[in-house]
Design a protein around this ligand. Structure first.
Ligand code: AMP
Length: 113
């Protein structure tokens, strides 16, 4: 499958990994918009949040737990951070492999969209 995140996860193109386990990986965004900008993605190719059904709901919960853990490790937990999932073209999703953005390390705008 011609998916850039599958290639990063599979080691065919480099990724700056900060966390890995059996089901998810986390790596630094190549074009960070905040001092901390980490992407958390499942190893399995899942196109988007819209593909999450009840059977896979636990995976998204696990991604959130991993985001919290990385936020603590990176020292942004106390001041606060943002977790975002862009879904589909109008949702701002560019890479069609489910991922969570973990953003922090500066005051983020309260404005969404
Ligand atoms: P989204 O718009 O939610 O699909 O986010 C895709 C994100 O992937 C963007 O923030 C990109 O900067 C990031 N990105 C694209 N290619 C790479 C790459 N090779 N390594 C790390 N991050 C990437």
């Amino acid at each position: 499958m011609d998916c850039i995140f599958c290639k990063i996860i599979g080691g065919q193109i480099p990724g700056n990994f900060v966390y890995q386990d059996e089901t998810v990986v986390a790596f630094r965004d190549i074009n960070p918009v905040a001092p901390v900008h980490i992407l958390i993605a499942p190893r399995e190719h899942i196109g988007s949040l819209a593909d999450i059904t009840e059977e896979r709901a636990g995976l998204v919960g696990h991604m959130a737990v991993v985001a919290n853990q990385i936020a603590r490790q990176m020292g942004i937990a106390e001041n606060g951070y943002r977790v975002t999932i862009n879904n589909g073209p109008e949702g701002g999703q560019v890479v069609p492999h489910l991922h969570m953005h973990l953003l922090g390390g500066r005051q983020l705008s309260g404005r969404l969209g």
